[in-house]
Design a binder for this molecule. Structure first.
Ligand code: ADP
Length: 284
C-alpha cells in the first residue's frame, strides 16, 4: 500500500482579501503530495505564492478552495489544529522574531511547555533538539548575543522540541551572512538525512534548492515544474522564462552547449561540473 503523504494539497486555491475587497488568486488549484522523509525545496520568483503555500501547511492560512491535508488531517478541521501544528513545525526568515526567552535552553523549552509536556520530558527534548542543531554548548547563552546562523539554529531547535514529523522553512537563510547560511543548510540536511524529518524548504537560492531530493517550482500560484534538481535545472529556458536563474554551473554548461560543445546539463555540483569540463578538455 502506498504510504500516506505527509502533506497533500488537492486543488488548493487561495486568495487574500484586501481592504478594497479585491481578491486576486494567489494559489490556483495546486496539487502536490510530499512523501514522509523527503527533502523538498520549493523555488519561485517573489510573489509566486511560496509563502502562502507554506502557511497552509501549518494551518496559519486556510484554503478558499480545495483541501490541504497535513498528516492525513484536513486543515479546515478546527479540532485538529494542535495536532496539525505538532505535525508540521514552521521556521520563518527572521530569527529575532522567533526567539522569545533570554536563555537559549529556555527558548527551546517554550513551545513544549506551552503544549503541556511534563518537565522531565522537556529537559530531554531540549537537550536532544540542541544536539540535533549543533547548539548544545550554547544552552546557557543569551540568544541575542549569538550570530544570525546560531540564532536561526536555536529557532529550529525550538520547533524540533515539539517533535514534528515535518518542518517547513520559509526562506530560513534570507537574513543570514554566507557563514550563517552554510550552518543552517548543514543543519537542515542533517535533520532530514540523519534524523529522518521531512523538510520543506522555501528558497530563492538555486544552490540551496540543488541540495534537496526534489524540487518544486512555482510561478503565479501554479506548480510549473516538479522533479529532481538535476531534472528541473536542465530546463534553463523554461526557468528563465519565469524569472529564475539556474545554478552557475548549469548556466556555464548551457552556454558551452549553445556554442556547440557536448557537455551534460545535469552536472550541478562544482565537482560534477569540473569533471564535465575536464572530460571536455581530455584531462582527468
Ligand atoms: P512568495 O512567497 O513566492 O514571494 P507570497 O505567497 O508571499 O509569494 O505572495 C503571493 C502573492 O500574494 C503576492 O502577490 C503578494 O503580494 C500577495 N500577498 C501576500 N501576502 C498578502 C497579504 N497578507 N495580503 C494581501 N496579499 C498578499
Amino acid at each position: 500500500m502506498k504510504p500516506e503523504a505527509i502533506i497533500r494539497a488537492e486543488q488548493l486555491t487561495f486568495s487574500y482579501t484586501d481592504e478594497s475587497g479585491v481578491t486576486p488568486i494567489v494559489l490556483d488549484g495546486v496539487d502536490l503530495e510530499i512523501r514522509e522523509g523527503s527533502f523538498v525545496a520549493i523555488l519561485g520568483h517573489n510573489g509566486s505564492g511560496k509563502s502562502t503555500f507554506a502557511k497552509h501547511m501549518n494551518a496559519i492560512l486556510l484554503p478558499t478552495g480545495g483541501t490541504m491535508w497535513v498528516g492525513g488531517m484536513d486543515t479546515r478541521n478546527d479540532d485538529d489544529l494542535l495536532d496539525i501544528r505538532r505535525t508540521a513545525g514552521m521556521v520563518f526568515q527572521n530569527p529575532d522574531n522567533q526567539i522569545v526567552a533570554s536563555v537559549v535552553e529556555e527558548d527551546v523549552a517554550f513551545a513544549p511547555e506551552n503544549l503541556g509536556v511534563p518537565p522531565e520530558e522537556i529537559r530531554q527534548r531540549v537537550d536532544e533538539a540542541l544536539e540535533m542543531v549543533g547548539m548544545k554548548e550554547f544552552a546557557l547563552h543569551a540568544p541575542h548575543l549569538l550570530s544570525g546562523g546560531q540564532k536561526q539554529r536555536v529557532a529550529i531547535a525550538g520547533v524540533i522540541a515539539m517533535r514534528p514529523r515535518c518542518i517547513v522553512m520559509d526562506e530560513p537563510t534570507a537574513m543570514l551572512d554566507p557563514v550563517g547560511r552554510k550552518e543552517v543548510m548543514r543543519t537542515i540536511r542533517d535533520l532530514n538525512r540523519r534524523y529522518g524529518i521531512t523538510v520543506i524548504l522555501i528558497t530563492h537560492h538555486m544552490d540551496e534548492a540543488a541540495q534537496a531530493d526534489r524540487l518544486v517550482v512555482m510561478s503565479k500560484g501554479h506548480v510549473i515544474a516538479d522533479g529532481t534538481p538535476k531534472e528541473v535545472f536542465q530546463d534553463v529556458e523554461g526557468l528563465r522564462a519565469v524569472g529564475l536563474a539556474v545554478p552557475e554551473t548549469v548556466s556555464l554548461l548551457w552556454e558551452l552547449r549553445q556554442a556547440g560543445l557536448e557537455v551534460p546539463l545535469d552536472a550541478i555540483s562544482d565537482e560534477e561540473c569540473a569533471q564535465a569540463l575536464a572530460k571536455l578538455l581530455h584531462v582527468s
